[in-house]
Design a protein around this ligand. Sequence first.
Ligand code: PBG
Length: 330
Amino acid sequence: MNQGFPAIRPRRLRATPAMRRLTAETRLNPAELILPLFVREGTEPTPITSMPGVVQHTLDSVRRVVVEAAELGLGGVMIFGVPSVRDATGTGATDPGGILNLATRVIASEVGDALVVQTDLCLDEFTDHGHCGVLDAHGRVDNDATLIRYADMAIAQAEAGSELLGLSGMMDGQVAAVRAALDGAGFADLAILAYSAKYASAFYGPFREAVQSTLTGDRKSYQMEPGNRREGMLEATLDIAEGADIVMVKPAMSYLDVLADVKAASPVPVWAYQVSGEYAMIEAAAANGWIDRDRAILESVIGIRRAGADAVLTYWAAELARNLRTAAGA
Ligand code: PBG
């Protein structure tokens, strides 16, 4: 008889690398990783100080990166534009020759068949005040006037060849407005990724450098309060009802409970965005020798997948795919 010794020994399945690999509950696959890319007007790629290893690409340098992304088997790329001129309504966003639409054309023609070319649909990169929408007479972000701009932006991105529109502006009704605009313009087949539960986060800090954001103040009148979990579900539920094809939670690491909630209830795919500050923290700690960089990166992304993300936007997407390939001995 067993004198107080454990009958159930979970360690059996941890005993060897082969056993651990066979019984792993969560795996990473390049097809479930999306690489965010910044494209700027200019002739030289420009490093982003707060995101070591990430650059603002030129139209030329981004071409090489997306070819490699396709070759690595990534699921997609998400394109952000960094314009040199901004104005009150963000006209650069709807200009077919604006940097984002230009980059989308280049990238879609280069790799549109090999991976999913996605575009950020939001005005903050294009407005001189840096807000995600247009302002009313009192300087407040005007929800419904912004929806009209988003609808026009959606058509411009569709015409440029985007295959998935990433609605990141957090205006009420944005999914329905963009869906109606697309359907009315002959783009009924174009899919929408809704940044549904997007929180007003300090972890977007490095991104603001990446897009040279001019924002003063904050986005708290449209992005969510970090403490609100139930509201994350509300936002996802509304977006699904409005026709979102995929919903997202953002940032990832500080919002894994929201991600798990949405995953449990959602009839559509659920993605997460490991944002610039999450990237910067790990890079900075690793550069100081305080954590093991490779293991921390892997663990951070595995954790996001385990919590429920069907796919993850991460600035390490290409590096992870390269490492996965090496690990597989291919
Ligand atoms: C809005 C947008 C932001 C990010 C993605 N889309 C910035 C913001 O909401 O302030 C942040 C991504 C990151 O931090 O990596 N266009």
